[in-house]
Ligand binder design. Structure first.
Ligand code: HGY
Ligand code: MN
Ligand code: MN
Length: 415
């Protein structure tokens, strides 16, 4: 197959997708199932149809753009990514993998070369955790990690449940149990994504061969102290919920820094104080904890030390602490056979590539429950992502797409 990816098309699609955005001029904000997300799905659906794919959508809004193979008895090969975003994020996160998949299937179709297995480019709903506090809801539904009662227990900050949001978006959440998890076998999944770190850029590589995907552990922590007067309450008499939360946050940072894990991170990204007034000592603080590692035992070790530290801090400060574990996902090691196909495809195309671990999670982490997975990374400028300055050279996306097309074609021809 000697087609090359069309850089101009990829560039155009990324700009056009960014029109469906709640914060134009201030990064990309496209929460899952929002008006902008639903309009963006319509745009992607049309693009898939014009690329000659048959398009299906399931009851979580996962989109499947399929290129039929010659042997319908064989399990398909999947590619694709997500189009929802974090608040004020970048326009390449997720989108790069969706468009690379659409372009790779166009290249394979136009090559006229036969391939045994169907190849499907998918858009998985809700990869970001921003709206419901839990990530990858579309791929979790496909693999069975999302349970029917999660639809009503997962809620957005305003209180609306995932169930109600799905209903309002025109889906049928009552049919969830009959449709999920995905029952048909999947032969392999191969996702292209921006690196969201600066390893490839520093190494001068256009392609990363992902060998492992870190998994998130997400908690919501509530600290209860005593709301009181900022001027009248002496420093030793306070039961300050925020200062306890701050000390827990710094403990999280220290434990992640001191860990000897190959890759581990600890982040507090959300925090709300009550009553949130300058002259009132906060009586209640709610905050998020996000921990990542490529080894589950390293996360367990950090959690054990964190919970012990939380106990000591809250006793000393005479406050109470509660935590809700939202998810404690296991990392995934990518399939070595797929990784080898990616390495060889890049080498055959003369594209510099290197092995790399993914700090961020991706839908591929979850899809690892039902099939063997591989990922292809393309460089992020200055390693920036989840930031409006996120940028990836579309020339690199095109090179990654050439590697993706070659690898998908080879997988689709395996018996
Ligand atoms: O948070 C992440 O790892 C990314 O947005 N999926
Ligand atoms: Mn992201
Ligand atoms: Mn992403």
């Amino acid at each position: 197959m000697d087609q090359s990816a069309d850089v101009k098309s990829i560039e155009k699609w990324i700009e056009e997708l960014d029109q469906f955005n709640q914060t134009p001029g201030n990064g990309t904000t496209r929460p899952v199932y929002s008006k902008e997300d639903m309009e963006a799905r319509g745009y992607i659906r049309d693009l898939m149809l014009s690329a000659g794919l048959t398009v299906n959508e399931d009851n979580m809004g996962n989109l499947f753009g399929s290129l039929p193979g010659t042997d319908q008895s064989l399990a398909p090969v999947w590619t694709g990514s997500h189009i929802d975003s974090v608040p004020n994020g970048g326009k390449y996160d997720g989108a790069a993998g969706v468009f690379a998949g659409i372009e790779a299937l166009r290249m394979i179709r136009e090559s006229g070369l036969p391939h045994k297995r169907n190849i499907s480019v998918n858009v998985y709903s809700g990869e970001e955790m921003s709206r419901f506090g839990v990530c990858c809801i579309g791929s979790r539904a496909l693999t069975g990690r999302l349970k029917p009662n999660d639809l009503k227990s997962h809620k957005e900050p305003a209180g609306k449940s995932l169930y109600q949001v799905l209903k309002d978006a025109g889906y049928r959440p009552d049919a969830f149990e009959s449709e999920f998890p995905h029952k048909a076998p999947v032969y392999a999944s191969l996702e292209l994504h921006i690196e969201q770190n600066d390893v490839l850029e520093k190494a001068g590589c256009s392609v990363g061969v992902v060998t492992g995907i870190c998994a998130p552990t997400n908690l919501i922590v509530d600290v209860y102290g005593v709301q009181s007067h900022a001027g009248g309450t002496g420093m030793t008499a306070r039961r300050d919920a925020f200062m306890a939360a701050a000390e827990i946050s710094l403990l999280l940072e220290r434990l992640a820094l001191e860990s000897d894990s190959v890759y581990i991170t600890g982040t507090v990204g959300e925090m709300s104080l009550e009553p949130n007034a300058a002259n009132v000592i906060p009586g209640h603080v709610t905050f998020s904890i996000d921990i990542r590692s490529v080894a589950l035992e390293d996360k367990d070790d950090l959690l054990e030390k964190l919970f012990a530290g939380m106990q000591e801090i809250t006793e000393r400060r005479k406050v109470c602490v509660e935590h809700t574990m939202m998810n404690h996902d296991k990392p995934v090691i990518c399939d070595e056979h797929i990784a080898e196909i990616i390495r060889k495809s890049a080498a055959d195309l003369g594209i510099p590539a290197m092995d790399i671990v993914s700090g961020p999670y991706h839908d591929s982490l979850i899809l690892g429950d039902i099939t063997k997975v591989g990922m292809i990374f393309v460089p992020s400028k200055d390693g920036l992502s989840h930031n409006k300055a996120e940028w990836t050279d579309t020339g690199d996306i095109a090179k990654g797409t050439d590697v993706l097309a070659k690898a998908l074609f080879q997988l689709a021809n395996e018996a």
